[in-house]
Design a protein around this ligand. Structure first.
Ligand SMILES: NC(=O)c1ccc[n+]([C@@H]2O[C@H](COP(=O)([O-])OP(=O)(O)OC[C@H]3O[C@@H](n4cnc5c(N)ncnc54)[C@H](O)[C@@H]3O)[C@@H](O)[C@H]2O)c1
Length: 261
């Protein structure tokens, strides 16, 4: 096993599309063995095809990560197949636009079950194996929203604040064992999640001029454009394989300057 990529055993959650798929493909390009996990089995198949085309080993794990023990089982699949796990990327997430005063139990429970509980269980399961290996890296995908007051998106932003908290705690828990835990906050990327979220955000704010609404939001990004998933994935791959071994408990902002404070 080399940390340069070849033979590195990885698991990427939420890999059926968007950022997760791109991370899986880029890890495959670096020669990693890639476990890909998602609730969407059909689109996961396509990710598997794309990763295989890079020449790397790939394992599809179709599951609902909010089911009890599902994160532990996903990690277990990678470990039993490849003898260990070197990199875990917790990317799967759910979010729903809902004005704060209309908050529902369903939206909060579903969001926290995936973004917080499943992520913590995956960190725990991979962390135990990495502790015994005395090496490994965990990357949790957070959001600039974790530090913002967004009253139409509070369950999501609260869940991402939870991700930041888990990242710091896991980093400290695993530091004595040589395991690194960091997070990455992507800016606005044009993914399925972002498109539907912003359409709903426009609707609850009474905006029917979606294009103008989106342009205004893009205009708030200091770099003046949205992120390409490939450049965000490059940063995740850097954290996974290349970042200096003294870097842990860090949060890397890939938000074009949006998250700057
Ligand atoms: N898109 C953005 O602009 C943006 C901005 C900041 C942070 N993020 C974060 O980046 C990450 C990737 O987001 P994306 O935009 O690619 O989203 P996406 O919706 O395209 O991908 C999320 C994936 O998670 C999967 N998933 C959902 N529920 C699941 C479950 N219960 N079990 C297993 N898998 C499940 C979905 O099927 C999907 O493939 C997320 O953590 C998101 O919060 C995205």
């Amino acid at each position: 096993m080399s940390e340069q990529g070849h033979g590195v055993r990885t698991l990427v959650t939420g890999a059926a599309g968007g950022l997760g798929r791109e991370i899986a493909v880029q890890l495959g390009r670096r020669g990693c063995a890639v476990g890909i996990c998602d609730i969407n089995a059909t689109q996961l198949e396509e990710t598997a095809r794309l990763v295989s085309a890079q020449g790397g080993a790939v394992e599809q794990i179709a599951c609902d990560l909010t089911a009890r023990n599902a994160p532990e089982e996903a990690v277990g699949r990678v470990v039993s197949l490849w003898g260990g796990i070197d990199v875990l990327v917790n990317n799967a997430a759910y979010g729903v636009i809902e004005p704060f005063l209309d908050a529902t139990y369903e939206a909060w429970t579903r969001t926290l079950a995936l973004n917080v509980t499943a992520l913590a269980m995956a960190c725990k399961a991979a962390g135990r194996v990495m502790r015994d290996q005395r090496s490994g890296r965990i990357i949790n995908i957070t959001s600039p929203g974790s530090r913002m007051a967004l009253p139409d998106y509070t369950a999501y932003t609260a869940s991402k604040a939870g991700v930041d908290s888990i990242t710091r705690a896991a980093a400290v828990a695993l530091a004595p064992h040589g395991v690194l835990v960091n997070s990455l906050a992507p800016g606005m990327m044009d993914t399925e999640m972002q498109r539907s979220t912003e359409a709903d955000l426009a609707r609850v704010n009474g905006r029917d001029d979606l294009k103008a609404f989106l342009d205004e939001r893009t205009g708030r990004i200091p770099l003046g454009r949205r992120a390409d998933i490939s450049e965000v994935a490059e940063a995740v791959v850097w954290l996974s394989l290349d970042a200096p071994r003294y870097m842990t408990a860090e949060r890397l902002n890939m938000s074009g300057g949006l998250d700057k404070d």
